[in-house]
Design a binder for this molecule. Structure first.
Ligand code: MG
Length: 271
C-alpha cells in the first residue's frame, strides 16, 4: 500500500521536475512539492563529506560536521587518512598541498587551510566535535595499495573511538574488505558496512557486517540486493545520489540511508 501511494506521488512528480541551480545556497533552493514524500519515507540523510554545500563550509571540515548536525541530518560522512607518522587526518584526496599524506609527517601539513579557512582537522578533533553534537559519524577509512597496510591503523582508530565512548555513534565504512573485517573484530558493537559493491548482502551478513553501502549504479543494476539485505536484517546505504529523481526512486525502494552532496534537498523530500 505504502509503495502504491508513493508510486502515485511519483506520477505527479513527472509533471513538476525543475532543474536545481548551483547558484544559491543549497538550503534555500526549492524542490517540487511532488517530491516531498514526507512521513511515508523511512530513508535517512547522510551528508557526503559533511554538509559542505552551504555558506562557510568546506568538504571534510569541522564546519561541515557542525552544519550537518544543525540541519538535523542523520549522519555526516568523512574520510580518514594517516600521515607517515601515524596521525589520522580528515581528507578525501591522497595528496594535500602537493604532499602525499601517507608519505609526509603531520608537522608538514598541520597548518594546511581548507577552502573555508579552517585548518586541516585531525580525527581526534573531528570525534571531539562530533561527540558534542547529535549526529552519526560515518567514518570512511581510505585504502592503501596493499591490504596488509589497510589494517595497520585500525586499532588506533578503534581505541580512539572507544576511549571517547563513541562506539555506537561512529559507523565504519571502507572499500577494503580486510579493513572492514578488522573493524568488526575489534569493535563488534559498531556498525560496519562495505563499500565495494561486488558482494551479495547475505554473504557479508555471515561475516558480521551490519550493512551494505553501495554505489547507486550497482543498486540500480541489482535492485534485488536491497531486498536481500532487508531479508537478512542488514541496512542499505546508497551513494552518492545527487539527482533528485534518483533519490526519489531509492526512497521508493525503501533504502535506509542515502549519502548525498545535496542533503538539504533530500531532507526536504523526506521530512
Ligand atoms: Mg568518502
Amino acid at each position: 500500500m505504502k509503495t502504491l501511494i508513493l508510486s502515485l506521488l511519483g506520477i505527479t512528480l513527472m509533471v513538476g521536475i525543475v532543474a536545481c541551480s548551483g547558484e544559491k545556497d543549497e538550503w534555500e533552493e526549492e524542490i517540487p512539492p511532488s517530491l516531498r514524500i514526507g512521513f511515508l519515507s523511512q530513508t535517512k540523510v547522510i551528508a557526503h563529506r559533511g554538509y559542505w554545500n552551504t555558506k562557510g563550509s568546506a568538504e571534510n571540515s569541522l564546519a561541515a560536521l557542525q552544519k550537518a548536525a544543525e540541519a538535523g541530518f542523520y549522519g555526516s560522512e568523512f574520510d580518514v587518512r594517516f600521515t607517515a607518522d601515524g596521525v589520522p587526518v580528515i581528507c578525501h584526496d591522497e595528496k594535500i598541498n602537493g604532499h602525499m599524506i601517507e608519505m609526509v609527517y603531520y608537522d608538514r601539513i598541520k597548518y594546511t587551510k581548507l577552502s573555508n579557512g579552517e585548518t586541516l582537522p585531525t580525527l581526534q578533533q573531528y570525534l571531539r566535535r562530533g561527540k558534542e553534537l547529535d549526529i552519526q559519524l560515518i567514518l570512511e577509512l581510505k585504502t592503501y595499495k596493499t591490504s596488509e597496510k589497510d589494517v595497520t591503523y585500525i586499532e588506533t582508530i578503534v581505541s580512539m573511538v572507544k576511549g571517547m565512548g563513541m562506539e555506537k555513534q561512529v559507523e565504519y565504512i571502507s572499500f577494503s574488505l580486510p579493513a572492514c573485517r578488522e573493524f568488526i573484530r575489534l569493535s563488534p558493537q559498531s556498525s560496519v558496512s562495505y563499500l565495494g559493491g561486488n558482494i551479495p548482502p547475505a554473504e557479508l551478513k555471515k561475516q558480521g557486517f551490519a550493512g551494505i553501502d553501495y554505489l547507486c549504479d550497482v543498486l540500480r543494476e541489482k535492485p534485488e540486493w536491497i531486498q536481500e539485505a532487508k531479508e537478512v536484517g542488514m541496512t542499505v546505504n546508497v551513494w552518492t545520489v545527487n539527482d533528485l529523481m534518483m533519490m526519489y526512486d531509492f526512497i521508493l525502494k525503501e533504502v535506509d540511508f542515502i549519502t548525498t552532496d545535496k542533503p538539504a534537498h533530500l531532507k526536504k523530500m523526506v521530512q
